[in-house]
Design a protein around this ligand. Structure first.
Ligand code: SF4
Length: 433
């Protein structure tokens, strides 16, 4: 059963008097267990939908729609499948105490892997899940492989009952499913021979394994489970060498690099980040693979759309990871707009200095960086720091923080989104009101 959260006005559901709180039980005789069933079983144009109205009354809704007519139903968020593993490097285990509850949920959900690109280990897949993945053709999936040798994977996931991922992937691939894989590499556990074996196993899936990301283990000062070695420069370089060797082979044999080091791996290794061409169609940009190259590309593509902003002094708040990379980007934006840009590097006060990603800065960091900067006319902060409800990770409300600052504060993904002609008109209007 799924429950309706909202009905779009003037939609089919609206015309049928469906309201928030209505439970959807079956579609064309098939039980609806979650949003996947709903999405796939309502693809037909003729539907018989069994519902229970909020007052408890059962009803059958007959739908016959023209192509393109939307049902107009938004469902309540799904109950997330929890993770059965206890990886030492788990980011959730590295969160400090006292944050809002949803942040501590360790999801491991193949449905979210398909729908949103969340990585899942597949270690909690049941027979029914395999059947659904194959029936609904949930492809591509995003799989946290970490290691293919079974024993190594049990250790990495800290779960002796974890299934053999090679057999799982083989079953899915034989059923027509493709996947992207990631390996969080922990020195001593899944580098060296385990890494080589894992890449060889993944390579054996051919085109069905679309890409592999090598991500260095990332810890916060609260990662209390972790007993392994840290990823130092030497180890990061060794990993990059492996990625480049396999990447060169893949480029020659299948036309793309297939295996990529994350941006963080390059930074740890002290190696220059590749240009955008290196990443093809950026198969794992959301996973921090080529994110800086993608940012540079978006900035370059959008420069001509930027207005002159002579006389403006603009602060750009970022994390320590971008300290060496941001100046080149800001120089280009300054050259076109005439504004003066200042990079303001903030340390992460919540997770500690080892957490260098700009997107994990919290409200207190932003406030600390900007509160005394009345010399700035505008401050840009990483848009990723704020969730859909306008909250930073430390529960600071963006609207409230922004009102207390001596300049206009704008979340920005890539400068172009905020400094573009129309957007700046809004910013300037906002700063006058
Ligand atoms: S699979 Fe590991 S890293 Fe992912 S949520 Fe579970 S314990 Fe954390």
């Amino acid at each position: 059963m799924v429950r309706v959260a909202r009905v779009l006005p003037e939609s089919i559901a609206d015309a049928l008097s469906v309201v928030a709180g209505t439970e959807i039980l079956t579609v064309n005789g098939r039980e609806i267990a979650d949003f996947l069933d709903w999405e796939f079983l309502t693809a037909d144009d003729v539907l018989e939908i069994e519902v229970r109205l909020p007052e408890g009354e059962l009803a059958i809704l007959e739908v016959e729609r023209e192509e393109g007519d939307v049902l107009g139903v938004e469902l309540e968020p799904p109950t997330v499948r929890r993770c059965a593993n206890r990886c030492e490097f788990c980011f959730i285990e590295g969160l400090p105490a006292g944050l809002r509850k949803p942040l501590y949920v360790r999801d491991d959900d193949y449905r979210l892997s398909f729908a949103y690109g969340n990585f899942a280990t597949l270690s909690n897949l049941k027979e029914r899940d395999f059947a659904r993945i194959l029936e609904y053709r949930l492809s591509p999936l995003y799989v946290s492989v970490h290691a293919t040798p079974w024993e190594a994977r049990k250790v990495l996931l800290n779960n002796p009952r974890v299934p053999d991922v090679v057999a799982q992937l083989r079953r899915l691939v034989d059923g027509g499913i493709e996947f992207h894989g990631q390996m969080v590499v922990v020195p001593g556990l899944n580098d060296g021979d385990v890494l080589e074996q894992s890449l060889a196993d993944l390579w054996s899936f051919g085109e069905a394994c679309r890409s592999v990301a090598l991500v260095p283990v990332g810890l916060t000062q609260f990662s209390h489970l972790y007993t392994g070695k840290s990823m130092d420069r030497e180890r990061a370089r060794e990993l990059l060498t492996v990625a480049e060797r396999w990447g060169a082979r893949a480029l020659g044999e299948r036309g793309d690099r297939w295996v990529y080091g994350s941006d963080e791996l390059y930074l740890l290794a002290g190696a220059p980040l590749p240009d955008a061409d290196f990443y093809g169609d950026f198969p794992q940009v959301e996973n921090g693979v080529g994110a800086v190259a993608a940012l540079r590309s978006r900035v370059d593509a959008g420069l001509t759309a930027l207005p002159r902003l002579d006389g403006m002094r603009i602060g750009v708040v970022t994390g320590t990871a971008m300290r060496a990379l941001m100046p080149g980007i800001l120089e280009r934006v300054a050259g076109v707009t005439g504004a003066t840009f200042e990079m303001i590097v903030a340390e992460n006060s919540l997770f500690g200095p080892t957490t260098t990603t700009a997107g994990l800065l919290v409200g207190a960091d932003i406030r600390g960086a900007l509160a005394d900067r009345s010399d700035l006319s505008l401050a840009l902060i990483p848009a990723e720091t704020i969730n859909d409800h306008g909250l930073f990770l430390d529960d600071v409300v963006f609207e409230e923080l922004s009102k207390g600052m001596p300049m206009s504060v704008q979340p920005s993904y890539d400068f172009i989104d905020t400094l573009g002609e129309g957007a700046m008109a809004d910013v300037l209007q906002g700063s006058r009101t």
